[in-house]
Ligand binder design. Sequence first.
Ligand SMILES: [Mg+2]
Length: 239
Amino acid sequence: MKTLFNGLRAALFDLDGTLIETHIDFAQMKREMLSLVSRYGVDTEPIRGLDVLRLVEAARAHLEAAGRHGEGYRLRLEAFARLEEIEREQCASPVELPGAAQLLAILHTRGVRIGIVTRNCRSVSLRLLRAGNLICDTLVTRDDVPRTKPDPAHLRAALAAMGDETLHWLHSGGSAEASSAPPPIVMVGDHWMDIQAGHAAGVWTVGLLRGRSPDFFAPAPPHLLVNEIADLLPGTETR
Ligand SMILES: [Mg+2]
């Protein structure tokens, strides 16, 4: 994995399922949000396929477009309060992922900037960082940005927070596909939405399979697939 580390300036990581194991039931979140949106009289069929955060924003936009601004505001407030409640419950007993804290410590020692980019809320994310002994230069949660992954704005917000150096590379037309040079910025995640965001931001990407078939990443195949975060430790062979 030496090539991944050579010349690396910044490493962006997803949190849940990438750096620490949590037990969020995303299907339950989706069911509850669809039911909430229905209660506000919004047709769920056109937005059923969206991820849970976009589903809430789309329902709010629908209500606002119909002039129901107050209801749109209340729906979003109610939705995010419930999502945070679910996250607090289901992230209460996080499990450390072998190699995660060690990898961040090594990157830090080598002067690589570390950004954690998560769709989880800020309060739960901070608790998870403490529980997993995870260090970073910046943490950008859904509470900190108007648009989350797979929108590349979420990743750019983290790069901006870490200084001009990393953003400059993106603005100078840098692209992960452009050359065979080592990747200056990498995005690591266990979901294809992490990879989609990385592609859209123009950075190098690593997907964590965690025992699943590579088909899982079919919507956005990463540059490199490994099974787990420990496979990225220096000196570890890619499987
Ligand atoms: Mg994840």
